[in-house]
Design a protein. Structure first.
Length: 137
């Protein structure tokens, strides 16, 4: 399978960096039926963590947040890449962007242990439409 690239929207919320905060958010999402395509959590200072949510259904996540005690910032756009794990799989994608002078300024990926991978890729908002065109998204 060649790489499948699609546009995804994501949101983030910032929480105090203490045990149980990530679990609380994930539990709320599960109870609310919000399926995630991807999830990251990164520190943003000594006492705060930014939780980034890539929902399968944006409307469900927004409704849940409105009924809960966490504030979402977004939506923002990124690219979700999924494909067969092979040597150089991401090079082709990055080369297309590089050839058009588009910078990937943030990314994260993981293999699934079964021969596939998932990869989240961010470009600057002003480059997004051009990147989508270059990637045939």
């Amino acid at each position: 399978m060649s790489a499948k690239i699609r546009s995804v929207e994501y949101f983030y919320t910032t929480v105090y960096d203490r045990p149980g905060e990530g679990c609380r958010i994930l539990n709320s999402l599960a109870e609310g039926g919000v399926n995630l395509l991807a999830f990251t959590a990164v520190p943003v200072g000594p006492e705060r963590t930014q939780i980034v949510l890539f929902p399968d259904n944006v409307d469900k996540l927004v409704r849940l947040a409105e009924d809960s005690d966490f504030v979402l910032t977004g939506p923002h756009r990124a690219f979700l890449v999924q494909g067969d794990d092979r040597l150089g799989a991401l090079v082709e994608i990055h080369r297309k962007l590089c050839d058009e002078n588009i910078n990937v300024y943030s990314s994260s990926g993981v293999t699934d242990g079964k021969g596939g991978y998932g990869y989240i890729m961010h470009v600057k908002p002003e480059d997004y439409d051009n990147a989508a065109r270059v990637l045939d998204v």
